[in-house]
Ligand binder design. Structure first.
Ligand code: TXA
Ligand code: MG
Length: 331
C-alpha cells in the first residue's frame, strides 16, 4: 500500500535520490529521514504541492511548514538574513535548529500559513541533504505523521500513519535524535524560544549571550508562539499520564499500563520500556508510544518526567502535550 524504498543512510544511492527528487519536482509527496524525525516533503516553492501536505496529514491550515535547505546560502533567497541569523546558521547548521525569519515574497502563503515569517532548517542527514540538492529547491516538510499523532522515527511509523497518501517513503532506518528541531524566532531584537527540541536551549543561549524568552499566552505574544504548539500533539491512541518521581498517577493501574522512562518505576507495570539516559529516552519515546498503544489490554501509558536540562526540556514539552495539556510550557 505504501511505496517504500530503502536507501543507504551514509551513501544514498543516486538513482533512488533522483527518483524521489523527480516526484518532488512534479508536485508529489516524499517522506524522508532527518536526524530528528521523518519529514513529509513537498516542493517548498509550489503552493499546490505544499497544500497536499496539509491534506495528507489532516493538518490545520493555520500551522506553517518548515523549509528544509541543503546549505545556509539558500536561506538568503527565502528570508531576510541579518548578521545574527547568519552567525547562528554558521554555528548550528546542519543540525536540529529551525530559525523563524522575515519571509521574502517568493515563499508561498501555503508554506507560511499567511504569516510574514518563514521557518528554515538545514537537516544533518545525508539522505535529506542529497534529496534537497537533487530537487534543486527548498523542501517543505512537517513531521510525517497524521496531525496530532507521535512523530515518526522510522519508515514503518510513516507508512502506518500515511499509507498511500504519500507517493514515496525513503527508508534509511531509525533517526538519531528522535525529537523535532528546536524552533527559535529571530525576527526581532529579543530572541524567542518557540519550541524546545533537539538543540539544547543552554547551547543556544551561550552562543547568543542572552536568554531565550518563551512567549506567553496573550496578545501579540500568543500570535508569535509557534502556531503548531496550539494544537494537541504527539498523542498515542492510549492516554498518557505523567510520573514526576513521586506517587504514581492514581488513574493508571500498573497491571494494565505501560511505563516509559529512564529509571525503573516504583511498581511492576505490564510493560516497562527503560531508556537509561535522556538522549536514549528522546530517541525512543515516540516509538515507545506507538508500540504500547498497539498492545492488547494497555489502558494507560505512564511517562517519566525528566529534569528540564538538555533534551529533558523538549521531552517534558512532548510528554505534556501528549498527555493533552496544550498549555504545556517549556520549563
Ligand atoms: O525536526 C523537525 O523540525 C521536523 C523535521 C522533519 O525537520 N519537522 C517538524 O515540522 O517538526 P512540524 O511541521 O511538525 O513542526 C514545525 C513547527 C510547528 O510548531 C510550526 O508551527 C512551527 O514550526 N513554524 C513553522 N513556521 C513557522 C513560522 N513562520 N513562525 C512560527 N512558527 C513556525
Ligand atoms: Mg509535527
Amino acid at each position: 500500500m505504501t511505496n517504500v524504498l530503502k536507501v543507504n543512510r551514509w551513501n544514498p544511492e543516486p538513482e533512488i535520490i533522483a527518483r524521489a527528487a523527480a516526484i518532488l519536482r512534479d508536485g508529489g509527496l516524499v517522506a524522508f529521514p532527518t536526524e530528528t524525525v521523518y519529514g513529509l516533503g513537498a516542493d517548498g516553492l509550489n503552493a499546490r504541492a505544499a497544500g497536499r501536505i496539509f491534506a495528507a496529514k489532516g493538518r490545520p491550515p493555520d500551522n506553517p511548514l518548515i523549509l528544509h535547505l541543503s546549505g545556509p546560502d539558500d536561506a538568503a533567497r527565502l528570508a531576510e538574513i541579518d548578521a545574527r541569523a547568519g552567525s547562528v546558521m554558521e554555528a548550528f547548521w546542519p543540525g536540529p535548529l529551525t530559525l523563524v525569519l522575515p519571509a521574502l515574497p517568493v515563499v508561498p502563503k501555503e508554506v507560511t500559513a499567511g504569516l510574514d515569517t518563514v521557518a528554515l532548517r538545514m537537516p544533518d542527514h545525508p539522505v535529506a541533504l542529497a534529496l534537497i540538492e537533487a530537487a534543486g529547491r527548498p523542501v517543505a516538510g512537517p513531521s510525517a505523521n497524521r496531525s496530532g499523532r507521535p512523530s515518526p522515527t522510522d519508515a514503518d511509523a510513516v507508512a502506518a500513519d500515511l499509507g498511500s497518501r504519500v507517493d514515496l517513503v525513503l527508508d534509511a532506518g531509525s533517526v538519531e535524535i528522535g525529537l523535532e528541531s528546536t524552533v527559535i524566532d529571530l525576527t526581532e531584537r529579543e530572541p524567542l524560544l518557540l519550541r524546545p527540541g533537539g538543540m539544547p536551549r543552554e547551547r543556544l543561549e551561550r552562543f547568543l549571550g542572552e536568554p531565550l524568552r518563551v512567549p506567553g499566552g496573550a496578545g501579540r505574544d500568543a500570535e508569535r508562539r509557534s502556531p503548531g504548539t496550539r494544537h494537541r500533539h504527539y498523542a498515542p491512541a492510549v492516554p498518557v499520564l505523567v510520573w514526576d518521581g513521586g506517587e504514581l498517577p492514581p488513574d493508571a493501574d500498573p497491571r494494565s499500563s505501560g511505563f516509559v522512562g529512564m529509571a525503573p518505576p516504583p511498581a511492576k507495570f505490564a510493560w516497562t520500556l527503560l531508556f537509561g539516559s535522556a538522549e536514549n529516552y528522546a530517541r525512543g519515546i515516540f516509538a515507545a508510544f506507538r508500540s504500547l498503544e498497539a498492545r492488547e489490554g494497555c489502558r494507560h501509558i505512564v511517562a517519566e518526567w525528566p529534569r528540564p536540562e538538555g533534551l529533558g526540556l523538549a521531552l517534558r514539552d512532548r510528554i505534556l502535550r501528549a498527555s493533552g495539556n496544550s498549555e504545556g510550557g517549556t520549563g
